[in-house]
Ligand binder design. Structure first.
Ligand code: PA5
Length: 461
């Protein structure tokens, strides 16, 4: 349908890239497993286990009402959160706001993402986003992540020194309805707050206040975003796994990893705005599918490695490797059919061959030619690649894209026979940080880390 994403799987096939691609026979051999995964996911969705699938239909009135009250009050919005509490909102802002919204100061607040805790980076951010003119959204589902809680302390202290008791007006909290220290703080301090619905993991929370509140404050039409996700939900209802783009995406990626040794999955948008979505994909794919144990408790150390690249810039950095290096990658190219600006190049210096063919054409035509050129080079060199085309980059198409990949991720979990919704490796890192910073209750872990460290003297020069 016009306005919908188009998925072109052609260049993943054996017909296009020979032995490095997937034959119909191989794809069909996965049919039964895939169909059973579909039935299992359907049953779980009906049993209310997959809340993320209901999110396109959530009500956003309270978010929009809150945004109305703050939009003319603050110049800046600082998103204090990490991982799933940052990447979705960041991707939305990159894709759907003016590329220089923070300099332009139009259509929504200036947006900042305080995810990394590099003290120089944070200090620099606070120099630019003056706390007095800023709304800080503290986002943590668990209500305890060290990076976010630590930044909250910085923010509270700064604000208190500047505006005294009114610091609370500069803060909005997004966290679990009941669990975690941040919920207690929000309730006790009477700070405005939003809820991350139970059962929705960070990286699946774009369509909750985690992603929607920052998006609304950035001036993005969040109703259209959800409309796109809901339309994609309908599109993905098909039980025919060969007709369902999310399932097909998973099946090809899975077979290319397991049967063809393509352990690296590169997502490469030919659009600066869509680069944040490749970054978001990197998290959902890595954190969901990278698992030590399968569902039968056997050690499998599963998981493809997602990588982001950007066209055209990385044609002059990565593409040499992609075209001629090891046969260990599959590529997802993201294309934009219609950019907001065509940007015509006015002819000049007639008779100059390096300019004549460009004059009179548009930058939109050039980026398209560069994209098709890369696809040609990849395919000719037998590198499996597919293209997802955005007719236009709008809240509707971006909503559909995110939702499609959420479904594809959980479906892939079924194919790999792992749990895509947990992240024990991330939790282990969080616990180690608590222990190393002396949080009470983590003393045993602290001594385990201490005694577990090898003698490094020999290796440090
Ligand atoms: O997807 C996930 O669950 C993680 O990436 C989390 O979002 C991340 O670790 C931050 O967790 P929290 O929101 O609890 O602070």
């Amino acid at each position: 349908m016009k306005g919908d994403l188009v998925f072109d799987f052609t260049n993943l096939t054996e017909d296009a890239v020979g032995e490095h691609g997937i034959s119909d026979k191989l794809l069909n051999s996965l049919y039964e497993v895939a169909y059973n995964v579909h039935l299992d996911l359907k049953k779980r969705r009906e049993a209310g286990e997959y809340i993320y699938r209901d999110l396109p239909y959530i009500r956003v009135d309270s978010i929009l009402k809150y945004e109305e009250t703050v939009k003319n009050k603050y110049e800046n919005f600082v998103n204090v959160g990490i991982g799933g509490s940052a990447l979705g909102a960041q991707a939305l802002v990159m894709a759907l706001c003016h590329p220089f919204q923070n300099l332009l100061k139009q259509n929504g607040m200036r947006m900042f993402f305080a995810d990394n805790i590099d003290p120089d980076f944070l200090s620099g951010m606070f120099d630019i986003a003056e706390p007095k003119k800023t709304l800080f959204n503290i986002i943590t589902k668990s209500g305890s992540t060290a990076e976010t809680m630590g930044t909250f302390l910085l923010v509270k202290d700064m604000l208190e020194k500047l505006v005294g008791q009114r610091w609370r007006e500069h803060v909005v909290i997004t966290t679990d309805a009941e669990k975690g220290d941040l919920r207690k703080i929000a309730d006790n301090e009477n700070i405005a707050s939003f809820v991350v619905p139970g059962g929705v993991g960070g990286r699946f929370s774009v369509f909750t206040p985690v992603g929607l509140l920052p998006a609304a404050c950035a001036g993005i039409d969040i109703k259209e975003l959800l409309k796109g996700a809901a339309a994609m939900d309908k599109r993905l209802e098909s039980a025919d796994v060969m007709d369902n783009p999310a399932y097909l995406f998973s099946m090809y990626q899975y077979l290319l990893d397991k049967e063809k040794g393509k352990r690296i999955s590169v997502m490469m948008p030919y659009s600066s705005g869509l680069y944040g979505l490749a970054d978001w994909f990197r998290q959902i794919w890595a954190e969901s599918l990278g698992k030590k144990y399968n569902l039968d408790n056997s050690v499998v150390n599963a998981g493809p490695t997602p990588v982001k690249a950007i066209g055209v810039t990385d044609q002059h950095s990565q593409v040499q490797l992609y075209v001629e290096g090891p046969f260990d990658k599959v590529f997802t190219i993201m294309a934009v059919e219609s950019f907001k600006n065509e940007l015509p190049m006015e002819p000049a210096y007639k008779g100059t061959s390096s300019l004549d063919y460009l004059g009179g054409r548009t930058m939109a035509e050039l980026i398209k030619a560069e994209r098709l050129g890369t696809i040609y080079a990849l395919t000719k060199n037998n590198r499996p690649n597919m293209t997802i085309t955005f007719p236009e980059v709008t809240p509707y198409t971006v909503g559909g894209f995110i939702y499609m990949l959420e479904v594809a991720t959980v479906f892939s979990g079924g194919l790999y026979n792992i749990n895509p919704l947990d992240q024990p490796g991330v939790e282990a890192g969080k616990v180690a940080a608590f222990a190393l910073m002396g949080r009470s209750g983590y003393e045993e872990k602290a001594s385990e880390i201490d005694t577990g460290l090898i003698n490094r003297d020999k290796y440090i020069k």
